[in-house]
Design a protein around this ligand. Structure first.
Ligand SMILES: [Zn+2]
Ligand SMILES: [Zn+2]
Ligand SMILES: [Zn+2]
Length: 206
């Protein structure tokens, strides 16, 4: 049985980020190519699809979706919002799933390296993937006020950058596509939503 190596969580430049086999995306329902996260949608279906994709990919690849890994994915899936590692750890501690930071880091590292979650570089936080089971470059619309994150396809930007890199002889190790701003809810609130608890939910230093 091959399992995910417990690599150093600070090693974010690792190129070993394999997305699940696109052929395994049997039950995926297209969302029309738009960003998933801000609009009204069947979120229960989001959760069920992502968990099913994770279970299928793990079964096919001989990976172990341990209770802690599965629970961390469920926690990330609860909302389309970026969560810091310490926020995840806090939930795990309350549920008796591991009280040491490495437990949360290892579970998050497993989810990211297998394509079930993404790391938001700009905030050192994590979000569940909305296209599980599909090979893709994620692009994020990230609300700076409430932390909501919508994910869309960044493949077009990825190929533009790849072409520029090829022309200049640059070797890309990681591509991040992220826009920061205000989500529809915060825009209609005048950008005040989520600011009543400053620092709450902010990722701690890793
Ligand atoms: Zn959803
Ligand atoms: Zn994704
Ligand atoms: Zn917002």
């Amino acid at each position: 049985m091959s399992d995910s190596p417990s690599s150093d969580p600070s090693d974010s430049a690792s190129a070993d980020r394999t997305a699940p086999d696109p052929d395994s995306a049997g039950t995926h329902t297209s969302n029309g190519g738009g960003a998933v996260g801000f609009d009204r949608h069947d979120h229960a279906r989001c959760i069920a699809t992502a968990l099913a994709a994770a279970e299928r990919h793990c079964a096919q690849s001989g990976l172990r979706l341990t209770p802690a890994r599965r629970r961390v994915l469920e926690i990330l899936l609860e909302q389309h919002r970026a969560m810091g590692a310490y926020e995840v750890l806090d939930r795990m501690q309350k549920e008796g799933l591991g009280s040491q930071p490495p437990a949360a880091y290892r579970a998050l590292d497993f989810l990211v390296s297998n394509g079930f979650a993404h790391r938001i570089e700009g905030r050192n936080a994590f979000v569940a993937c909305v296209h599980p089971g599909e090979r893709h470059l994620p692009a994020f619309l990230h609300c700076r006020s409430c932390g909501a994150v919508a994910e869309t396809r960044g493949d077009l930007y990825g190929s533009l950058l790849a072409r520029a890199a090829e022309e200049t002889g640059f070797g890309i190790e990681e591509t991040v596509v992220e826009a920061k701003g205000l989500c529809p809810t915060c825009l209609s609130d005048g950008g005040l939503s989520g600011q009543s608890t400053p620092g709450k939910g902010e990722p701690g230093a890793i």
